[in-house]
Design a protein around this ligand. Structure first.
Ligand code: SAM
Length: 510
């Protein structure tokens, strides 16, 4: 691959060249292809709405009736995990709504492997996002009263580890059966010990032996909670919702395949996309079974594979191209998550998820009411691996009720920064000047801090307006608009002459 330069004249890295080729009229051309731009740019939607507080409260009340009296310890007394003044978006009061085993951290002590407050905050934020999606996908009848269907509504938490997600789901949805699937017996043992108070032997478990005898176990204290010891691929029962949080590499693709095969809805938040490369292995599978064979080939979607460039004839995105994109999409600089720095790596991650989304759309195209969307966790800081694929096959499981999913402009903006870096003006017609969005991390941090500080000082005042000084220049004004947009605050420009122009931000939400 010959070296090439991006819009700002800086030599592009290898993966950036691959991204460039995906959107160009032909390999190694810098001319953007409109069709590829239209079809390959990942589009994100907002998460399904949260349940209303009254409905949440009734879920919690019903759950409490069941777990109280079963010997489960009440929730942790120290309330929600707070980091840097931000309480976690955990939707239930941890002190009263769930027993300790349903929270990330138990009273005073760490539970599972989440030991630091920062990690606990992130884990709770991740779980809150996934629980929100699952609750929206469970039909109202099942959420409210026992349904009279032949089998219980079943939710499977694939690669569920120690049950961080499965346990609160089982507690909140006592009329549903929740199964935690994992190939690590030790993790499932920990879940049972947390919930059922069983003592788990500290001796090393021979996973290779255990994996061959996959078993289903029922919790003693939470009767609708089960564990299944085995691989995702080997889980053969029917279910209604498949959920997975950070199933490594192609394990997430197995979850999608299982859901499609069983005609179930899905909520899948992947991780370790670098492991999708042909020469990488899933460490969990490798350690447990000694196996290291890839079963999924990438790109998975025909549409994605054939969309690269369009010089009248299609040039395909090869497995080799995908390896490059997958490798850099393993983005872990949480501090930069909203900054232009690393936007191309975030774009690479979005493209990996876009390929997954297109794959699920292709697999369900015969089903009239099937819908698949891509969303991001709220807040993004919950994890660098914050993309969530959500899919449902019938109207009565639409997590948006009767409405259509709403698109999320903040994700488009983020992807646009990467395109601007690669192609400059061409990627957004009508724009003047190159690299308008290429702010430094310091600039982005300063503007964000100013807005945050102002919001903290004016929390209750919805008429308050933050007026930035004039003469900041169009580049920084754009940064203010961008930052306010991703924080969900109203923002607008004022002033006609360049020297009068400024940006105003209001405390009112968009
Ligand atoms: C990063 S952990 C996530 C655990 C849990 N979902 C959570 O968020 O706390 C990944 C888990 O995936 C499991 N895993 C990876 N590949 C798997 C497979 N093919 N089948 C079943 N479990 C798998 C691992 O054993 C591990 O527990």
């Amino acid at each position: 691959m010959s070296p090439r330069t991006g819009a700002n004249g800086v030599q592009l890295k290898k993966f950036e060249c691959v991204l460039c080729d995906m959107f160009s009229t032909s390999p190694s051309s810098d001319v953007i292809c409109r069709r590829a731009l239209d079809e390959l740019t990942p589009r994100f939607h907002r998460l399904p709405p949260e349940l209303c507080p009254r409905e949440k409260q009734s879920l919690v009340d019903r759950a409490r009736e069941r777990w109280e009296g079963r010997g489960l310890e009440p929730g942790r007394p120290d309330g929600p995990v707070v980091v840097d003044g931000r309480p976690s978006p955990w939707p239930f009061d941890p002190a009263t709504s769930l027993p300790q085993c349903g929270c990330v951290r138990g009273g005073g002590g760490a539970v599972g492997n989440v030991r630091s407050a920062e990690r606990a905050w992130r884990k709770e934020a991740q779980l809150a996002n996934l629980i929100r999606c699952v609750l929206a996908l469970v039909p109202e009848g099942v959420r409210g009263v026992s349904s009279d269907s032949p089998r219980a509504f079943r939710i499977v938490d694939f690669a569920g580890g120690t049950g961080h997600l499965a346990v609160p789901l089982a507690l909140l949805l006592p009329d549903c059966e929740v199964v935690c699937v994992d190939l690590k017996k030790r993790s499932l043992d920990l879940m049972h010990s947390r919930v059922d108070g069983m003592v788990v032997s500290e001796s090393v478990v021979d996973h290779k032996v255990h994996c061959q005898s996959s078993t289903l176990r029922k919790s003693k204290r939470i009767p609708n909670l089960h564990s299944y010891h085995g691989t995702i691929q080997s889980y053969e029962s029917d279910f209604d919702i498949g959920v997975s949080l950070h199933a490594c590499g192609e394990a997430s693709d197995w979850v999608l395949r299982k859901c499609l095969e069983r005609r179930a809805s899905w909520v899948v938040c992947s991780c370790c996309c670098g492991k999708l490369r042909r020469d990488a292995s899933n460490p969990y599978v490798f350690q447990s079974t000694g196996a290291n064979e890839k079963q999924v080939t990438y790109p998975q979607s025909k549409t994605f594979a054939s969309l690269g460039g369009c010089d009248n004839k299609v040039h395909t995105i090869t497995a080799e191209d995908f390896d490059e994109v997958a490798k850099v999409s393993d983005y872990s600089q949480l501090g930069d998550i909203r900054l232009p720095k690393n936007a191309c790596r975030r774009a690479a991650k979005s493209l990996v998820e876009w390929d997954r989304l297109l794959f699920t759309k292709e697999a369900t195209q015969q089903l009239e009411d099937a819908t698949a969307i891509l969303a991001k966790m709220d807040p993004w800081e919950a994890s660098c691996k914050n993309d969530i694929l959500i899919g449902w096959l019938s109207l009565d499981t639409n997590p948006f009720g009767n409405a259509k999913p709403v698109s999320d402009p903040s994700c488009d903006n983020d992807f646009q920064i990467a395109l601007d870096h690669l192609f400059g003006d061409q990627s957004s017609p009508g724009k003047t000047g190159r690299d308008q969005n290429d702010w430094t991390a310091k600039e982005a941090h300063e503007i964000e801090s100013q807005i945050d500080e102002w919001v903290r000082g004016n929390r209750e005042d919805y008429d308050a307006i933050l007026r930035f000084p004039t003469r900041m220049g169009s580049r920084l004004r754009k940064l203010i608009h961008y930052t306010a947009e991703i924080k969900g605050l109203r923002h607008w420009g004022e002033g006609k002459k360049e020297s009068d122009k400024t940006v105003l931000v209001s405390n009112r939400r968009i």
